[in-house]
Design a protein around this ligand. Sequence first.
Ligand code: NAP
Ligand code: ZN
Ligand code: ZN
Length: 355
Amino acid sequence: MQNAYTAKAYSAASETSPLAADTIPRRNPTDRDVQIEILFCGICHSDLHQVRNEWQEAMPTVYPCVPGHEIVGRVTKVGSAVTKYKRGDLVAVGCMVDSDHTCPSCREGLEQFCPNFTLTYNFPDKHLGGVTYGGYSDSIVVDERFVLRVPANLNLAGAAPLLCAGITTYSPMRHWGVTKGQKVGVVGLGGLGHMGVKFAHALGAHVVVFTTSPGKTEDARRLGADEVVVSRDADVMMTHAGSFDFILDTVSANHDINAYLNLLRRDGNLTLVGAPEKPLAVSAFSLIMGRRSLSGSPIGGVAETQEMLDFCGKHNITADVEIIPIQKVNEAYERLLKSDVKYRFSIDMASLKSA
Ligand SMILES: NC(=O)c1ccc[n+]([C@@H]2O[C@H](COP(=O)([O-])OP(=O)(O)OC[C@H]3O[C@@H](n4cnc5c(N)ncnc54)[C@H](OP(=O)(O)O)[C@@H]3O)[C@@H](O)[C@H]2O)c1
Ligand SMILES: [Zn+2]
Ligand SMILES: [Zn+2]
């Protein structure tokens, strides 16, 4: 391809294939583009859902699939019309790389609701055809309007997960007005959950973590939880009935959501950010009694993502990461399925040089 160069990446060839070394085309930067050398990329559970085609009804996977939407790196080149970034800057890219810029959502800075957005991977690529390829790669080229600035004080490996796990938990808490003095629950202590705990704590809430892993209790407190409930203990769950202002559910697999709806106070809200493969059963009475509401929330807009990064800079918040070389990515996926992650895998992309 004339308008493209070859980048190194890790891809899956089918829903049953492990990820393996590959090469992919990337467009040569156009006037508005920023070319980025990727330094770290977080592993989101969505990468696993997508690689294994678990969301085939909503977003079928096109193969080869290069996942990764928690990207931090250094600018290597900018197009002639780029004004915000220059070579050498530390920057980040999250789950979106483009939108139409004209719809009502875009005009409100809510690009995550744009009907014509382009997700960072497995989405039609307007420039090269085929689908977009994500951050398990040595470089990426992105329109400057979807490039974020990383505060200088943040550790880069720990900053990468902010681009999805961070914004996905920050945005609904801001939307639902989580604030000092509220009682906030976070269900599931994985990548998203541990960021949810950090944000709810930083916003001044009384934070209760619900986990299926008793071994995570001490960590939950260190991360900012005021209380920890092992959710398999029905008696302890009951002691919290009707008491929460807001609950964030980050669970990646099927589970009983009514057990959490019943913990909301009158007019309380439970927001789903976890996206299990199968539908969840909701009891009408869990909502009717107490006029409770159940909602969902996808990632966040560009401006709010920058706001979240700046908030993290100010409060010195990053993800707790286990840094791995790209060669360990398949092992990391198996560990995600066992809830064995503390609390996000961050791929050191220097390892791709030897792949
Ligand atoms: N809405 C969005 O925009 C958005 C963005 C990113 C990710 N997601 C979705 O959010 C979900 C979580 O992603 P993640 O990266 O945080 O995953 P993760 O790191 O694997 O964490 C998920 C956590 O859920 C709990 N869990 C897992 N299986 C469970 C089960 N069978 N029953 C009860 N709890 C269980 C575990 O916590 P404990 O060990 O504490 O129980 C686990 O650590 C995924 O479905 C992902 O696709 C959505
Ligand atoms: Zn994600
Ligand atoms: Zn739009």
